[in-house]
Design a binder for this molecule. Sequence first.
Ligand SMILES: NC(=O)c1ccc[n+]([C@@H]2O[C@H](COP(=O)([O-])OP(=O)(O)OC[C@H]3O[C@@H](n4cnc5c(N)ncnc54)[C@H](OP(=O)(O)O)[C@@H]3O)[C@@H](O)[C@H]2O)c1
Length: 221
Amino acid sequence: MKEGGSRASRRPEVLVNCAVSLDGKLAYAGGARARLSGPNDLRRVQELRAKCDAILVGAGTVRLDDPSLRVHWELLGTAPRRDPAHSRVLDGSRPTLIAVPRGSHRVYPTGVEQWRSTRDRVELAPLLDHLAGRGVSRILVEGGATVLASFFRQMLVDELTVYVAPLLIGGSTAPSLLGGEECPDAERAIPLARTGVEPLDDGVLLRFRPRPASGVAAHPL
Ligand SMILES: NC(=O)c1ccc[n+]([C@@H]2O[C@H](COP(=O)([O-])OP(=O)(O)OC[C@H]3O[C@@H](n4cnc5c(N)ncnc54)[C@H](OP(=O)(O)O)[C@@H]3O)[C@@H](O)[C@H]2O)c1
C-alpha cells in the first residue's frame, strides 16, 4: 500500500485472483491450504502482485494460510489454525492496514494501522474509497471464499483471473471459489464474460469480467 497521499478519486480497480481445483475448490476440506499453482502460475501471481498497490485477503485466509502477502512470498505448508496475532501480515515488515468492524477492541502490533467500519461488518465500498484516498489505484483481492463472495455480490470486481489446477478435491466442505450465502436460483447467480483462456503449467488460466445483467441486483452482505 502506498504511504501518505490524500488523492480523493474513484474507487481502485479491483482485480481478483485465485487458484481452484477442477471442481472449483479453493482449499481442502476444513480450509486446509491446497498447493494448486504450478511454477509458471506462481510467477504470474508475483507479477500481478507487483503491479498492484495493495493486496487484500480476508481474516479467514490470514488464520488458515498465514500468507506473507509479499511480492516474493513462499507458500507455507498446510498448518492448522494459528493465532492471528502472530500472523506474518502483522510482522511489521511492510505497510499493513487491518479493516475492523465497529466495536472491535482487538489490539494490533505497533505500525499496523486500523481502518474502522461504521457497521458491524467491514463495509467494502467505504474501505475502497479510503484506499483510493491513500493513493491505491489498483488492488488485488486474493480471497478467501467469503471475501470473494462479498466483493462479487456487491459488484466491486473489475477482473477475475482463475488458475484451474488439474486436480479434483470433491466433498461438500472444501471451500469453493464463491462462499457466502446460498444461491437458490439464477437470479442470484453472478454472470461473467470470458476474456481469456490459456494453458498454463498443467492447468488452465481463465480470465473473466463481471457481466452486468438485468435482473441481477447488488446484494450487500
Ligand atoms: N486457492 C486460492 O487461491 C485461495 C486464496 C485465498 C484463500 N484461499 C482459501 O480460502 C479459505 C479461507 O476463506 P474463508 O471464506 O474461510 O475466509 P476469508 O474469505 O479469507 O475471510 C472471511 C472473514 O473476513 C472477515 N470479513 C470482514 N469483513 C468482511 C466482508 N465485508 N466480507 C467478507 N468477510 C469479511 C470476516 O472475519 P471475522 O468473522 O473474523 O470478522 C470473515 O469471516 C482458506 O481455506 C484458504 O486456504 C484459497
